[in-house]
Design a protein around this ligand. Structure first.
Ligand code: ADP
Ligand code: NA
Length: 330
């Protein structure tokens, strides 16, 4: 039986992944490479939809690749590549732009949110067609499933609509993908403001745990995490969001169930739990950082791995694009 194919992308960002990125996405990518035919893309074309510094982008792309490998992606078990190294992404995106309605694209809530924040003059047309490029990313590989967070559901719906429309209009053979919504349990909240998710755009830098920071720095953040004034250790996301977030992270990093953790810490105050979590995190992150640093210290090896990945990706993408071009009349 053939394995289902998955395609997932992550943007290169300056300053390393945070714990939310890891537990919410990257860790599940590592698991999926064992059960699926997995294609993972560092989506640098998407990254230039907002202003970027060229050297910073180059560094961020290498850093993303090094971290993905450090987290356990194995280039012999999956296809890991940089989007801009596979020109078919931009080529298919153009064709899909021409079957996407202006009104349809205008309804994308992520675009509406981001462009409202930036203002019309600062918003690029690239940001507007971002979901169409994302559709191309997926359709090029005939992915069956797209592992994403809940916030990406609308973009996957658009991808499905575009595939069906293209197939109907041009007798195409694009695979209509399904969203594979990543486990909700893996949603991580800001350590200083547990009402919002941990995000690189957070207001307080103390609330985000960056994977490449010194473990000492992160330990301090865990120890000073905002919790309620009660003293009972109980998983209760409504009344105890801060504490529950810490339990979620503890459980995710150790594989110990939340209930078991409640029992383990029965009768204790929050302090010891925070101290222990800081240690758990440090034990996990130290080998991750060491592996990532090895790749960062050997950029030639990193580039070689990415070049092989791009070649593997192109072998599939070129076939899809050739078929699409033929159907369109090129
Ligand atoms: P950010 O929110 O920091 O801008 P991105 O939007 O670049 O992060 O997300 C990259 C990936 O990490 C996505 O798959 C997203 O669903 C996941 N992710 C981001 N933040 C979290 C979080 N706090 N909890 C769980 N998953 C997250
Ligand atoms: Na985001």
């Amino acid at each position: 039986t053939e394995r289902l194919r998955v395609l997932s992308g992550i943007q290169p960002t300056a300053g390393s992944f945070h714990l939310g990125n890891y537990l919410g996405a990257v860790r599940q990518w590592v698991e999926l490479q064992e059960t699926h035919d997995a294609f993972y893309s560092i989506v640098d074309l998407h990254a230039i939809t907002i202003p970027q510094d060229p050297q910073a982008l180059r560094d961020a792309t290498r850093l993303a690749a090094a971290q993905l490998l450090g987290a356990g992606l194995d280039p012999t078990r999956c296809t890991l590549f940089v989007q801009s190294q596979v020109p078919e992404h931009a080529q298919l995106a153009w064709v899909l732009n021409c079957v996407t309605g202006f009104g349809e694209a205008s309804r994308m809530t992520q675009f509406k949110d981001k462009s409202a924040k930036q203002g019309a003059e600062a918003t690029t047309v690239g940001l507007f067609t971002y979901p169409v490029l994302q559709a191309a990313d997926i359709l090029l590989y005939h992915a069956h499933e797209v592992p994403v967070g809940e916030d990406q559901r609308q973009h996957i719906e658009l991808t499905r609509d575009l595939a069906e429309r293209f197939n109907g209009r041009f007798d195409g053979t694009l695979t209509v993908p399904r969203a594979y919504i990543l486990k909700e349990a893996a949603k991580i909240y800001d350590l200083q403001d547990p009402a919002v998710k941990m995000s690189k755009s957070a207001s307080s830098p103390k609330g985000i745990v960056w994977l490449m920071d010194e473990p000492k720095t992160s330990a301090k953040k865990f120890r000073s995490a905002v919790t309620d004034t009660d003293t009972v250790i109980r998983y209760d996301p409504v009344d105890k969001p801060g504490l529950s977030n810490l339990l979620t992270i503890y459980a995710a990093l150790t594989g110990i169930g939340v209930q078991e953790l409640e029992e383990k810490f029965t009768g204790q105050l929050y302090g010891p739990l925070k101290v222990e979590l800081a240690e758990v995190f440090s034990d996990w992150v130290s080998p991750f950082r060491a592996r990532t640093q090895e790749y960062l210290d050997d950029p030639a090896e990193l580039d070689r791995i990415l070049a092989i990945g791009a070649e593997k990706a192109r072998a599939v993408a070129a076939g899809t694009l050739a078929d699409v071009y033929d159907k369109v009349g090129f």
